[in-house]
Design a protein around this ligand. Sequence first.
Ligand code: G6P
Ligand code: ZN
Length: 584
Amino acid sequence: MVVFSVVRKETKPIEGQKPGTSGLRKKVTVFKQPNYLQNFVQSTFNALSVEKVKGATIVVSGDGRYYSKDAIQIITKMAAANGVRRIWVGQNGLLSTPAVSCVIRERVGADGSKATGAFILTASHNPGGPHEDFGIKYNMENGGPAPEAVTDKIFANTKIINEYLIAEDLPDVDISVIGVSSFGGPEGPFDVEVFDSTTDYVKLMKTIFDFESIQKLLASPKFTFCYDALSGVAGIYAKRIFVEELGANESSLLNCVPKEDFGGSHPDPNLTYAKELVARMGLGKSASEVEPPEFGAAADGDADRNMILGKRFFVTPSDSVAIIAANAVQAIPYFTSGLKGVARSMPTSAALDVVAKNLNLKFFEVPTGWKFFGNLMDAGLCSICGEESFGTGSDHIREKDGIWAVLAWLSILAYKNKDSLDGNKKLVTVEDIVRQHWATYGRHYYTRYDYENVDAGAAKDLMANLVKIQSSLSDVNKIIKEVQPDVSPVVNADEFEYKDPVDGSISKHQGIRYFFKDGSRLVFRLSGTGSEGATIRVYIEQYEKDPTKTGRDSQDALAPLVDVALKLSKMQEFTGRSAPTVIT
Ligand code: G6P
Ligand code: ZN
């Protein structure tokens, strides 16, 4: 057995290692600077309680983006030196973010060991490659992202770090081969176990969904299906679940081989970046001439996000979570005994609120960031939650879950079509389900405008101005009257602040809100996940209860409100931008 020794390496603090909403995300070139990754990893070990490090089992894997393989070897050597007992690595270093959460919660090692945390190597939906982004975040024992108390401690540690521990003579482990490599160190044995990246996750999905009914749906000639992993890690799960387990045709998978640079594309499942899928589904400027499939979906790089499409039809993420919540008890075995509660992030539309009210469910509105849902779930208060940012999930794990969302939709389709798969009955489509939902609950017209990579100072000034003008709503309403006299007046405005009902912690400045008399709403926020400059997000929402008016094109319906948003924020004046980078 190889015996390794521990080296203490001198280092100095490096500026800017503050983890954002979902870990530390920077350009690969930044991560490759001497000691950059090492400082962050050691600062994380130092922030954890001793028993979460010494003798512990820690998962290290990610979406397979460029630099992951190097990072896995570095982290493994540092873990060994810090007294970690074993490292679990998904084969080839691949585990989707939801699969990591599942592995922490569910996987039991041959000797009964359980993981207490994970380093997830991903920058989620940001592009990958030598000149693009890398990222690292730490998840805790519940399978969810480290809470702010921990990330604050990590950041504080990065500012005072003076040494890190590493087992330099530990050989690199071949992470392409399943098996255990055992070593000995000053504190005893150390193992690296490489395991199949999909097994634990597939097992969990089978306890949640009725695979047989989904199989029937996929086997029906009336139903056609398409899934785009955008060359991210979702591809390995899609192959395993949709093709091998559920019998979908291999040709229904697009970009399902994970690539270090996501094939040069932006692995974000939205109408702008999921170009190929959008065209195949008959949407957008380059819509395919061929008859589109009945159902299409996409994932981001680490497979926690999802986009759901019907034939020539886009389902907004805000509607998606509301529809899943409305149908879960009937369509998904995991929820048969009822929902404990539902939750959405603040900028997400109020479609879910209406469902919660109608079904008499506990309801929570939390700041942007999945970790806020985790607290509610740990306390047994929330079963289903979602965000406008293409994240949907449930309390089966503590991350949002892109494949889960697709299985949830397939379950609903299977349920709604249980009598129409055979014979002459017409298929109930994705569009039918959404329109039926609007007819029952009303429709929340919704759109988001993103201004990416804006000068950080300009973005700050724009936000400060939006807060400033909140002090005089009569002035605000004067502006509105001038630009769009038909838009109803603002009756309330604030900055969103959240008190966590479980731990009492308070999160301030979580987005600037304007509420209109007719129930419309504008929200302005700075993204917490970018890696360059600032990204301004404008969320625009309008509620329509009248079933005869729920069928309009959303950009048309929202045009006056969008105009108000841009004028109120003086978008062009502050940023120089005449158009957003992305509209969703
Ligand atoms: C990540 C988090 C989500 C959050 C999103 C917001 O994906 O996991 O929970 O909604 O970032 O991103 P933003 O760029 O708007 O801060
Ligand atoms: Zn992601």
